[in-house]
Design a protein around this ligand. Structure first.
Ligand code: NAD
Length: 256
């Protein structure tokens, strides 16, 4: 018997087996949740399908979050297949590689808009589309942020601004969703070696810094993050919404 038997959830953000979204999906499945997956673009389909199949997922759909029609298509399909959903995982972000190095000052208008659209606005769009399927189900949403939303991290640049928008969007969404009994929270994860992270110039130096300076003297794993996602998407966190919870080996609490 799993804690999430009979529950249904949709996962946005699996690219490969290193993705944080994949670790979250496995943790949810381990507790019995039935899962649906989306993938961003044809190139990723061949990676995501076998992973989704390995956790018995039947619904696997394309969804580039910049596309209104693709978002609608996903939630139409979920409504038709399941009637409703209990969980949504938003574990995705994007900025052009050239925006993730050098000075933030040089961020282009186009690069700024793209990073904010994919990495922050998409949470609003997905939440709005999911809402009719979540009402009356004590459903929950979780998204992924990083400390670069709060403090300046070299080369993180426009993604830090996008994560700040994401964390604040979670608070406003929590206020809108709360009266309907739906919760939404952010996990601010420490650095983890994934496809997205490798796009950040100097990422290895960030990993080394956390290992040296964090209270736990180590980096976190995808599984560390997934356990907190499980808490936030289950009844264990029934009184928690609008929060940013750090899963970073304690790095964020350190001063000098
Ligand atoms: P990842 O590369 O495995 O996942 C990023 C996902 O974003 C991919 O699945 C990609 O397909 C998706 N994506 C990008 N553009 C998209 C679009 N237009 N439409 C739909 N999906 C799109 O890397 P990850 O590290 O697992 O990233 C997941 C989340 O965790 C991101 O929000 C990231 O910022 C956040 N995060 C990562 C770290 C880290 O160090 N890895 C730390 C804190 C937060």
């Amino acid at each position: 018997m799993g804690m999430l038997d009979g529950k249904k959830g949709v996962i946005f953000g699996v690219a490969n087996e290193r993705s944080i979204a994949w670790a979250i999906a496995r943790a949810l499945r381990h507790e019995g949740m039935e899962l649906a997956f989306t993938y961003a673009g044809e190139a990723l389909e061949s990676r995501v399908r076998p992973l989704a199949g390995s956790v018995d997922a039947k619904i696997i759909l394309p969804c580039d979050v910049t596309g209104v029609a693709q978002i609608k298509n996903v939630f139409d399909a979920l409504k038709a297949e399941w009637g409703g959903i209990d969980a949504l995982v938003h574990s995705l972000a994007f900025a052009k590689k050239e925006e993730l190095k050098g000075e933030f000052l040089n961020t282009t208008r186009e690069g700024f808009a793209l990073a904010l659209d994919v990495s922050a606005y998409s949470l609003v769009a997905l939440t709005r589309a999911a809402l009719p399927l979540m009402e009356g189900r004590e459903a929950a949403i979780v998204t992924l942020s990083y400390y670069g939303a709060q403090k300046v991290i070299a080369n993180y640049n426009v993604m830090g601004v996008a994560k700040a928008a994401l964390e604040t969007s979670v608070k406003y969404l929590a206020a809108d969703l709360g009266p309907k009994g739906i919760r939404i929270n952010t996990i601010s994860a420490g650095p983890v070696k994934t496809l997205a992270a490798m796009g950040i110039t100097g990422f290895k130096g960030i990993l080394d810094m956390v290992e040296t300076k964090s209270p736990l003297r180590r980096n976190v794993t995808q599984e560390d993050v997934a356990k907190t996602a499980l808490y936030l998407l289950s009844g264990l966190s029934s009184g928690v919404t609008g929060e940013t919870i750090y899963v970073d080996a304690g790095y964020n609490i350190m001063g000098i």
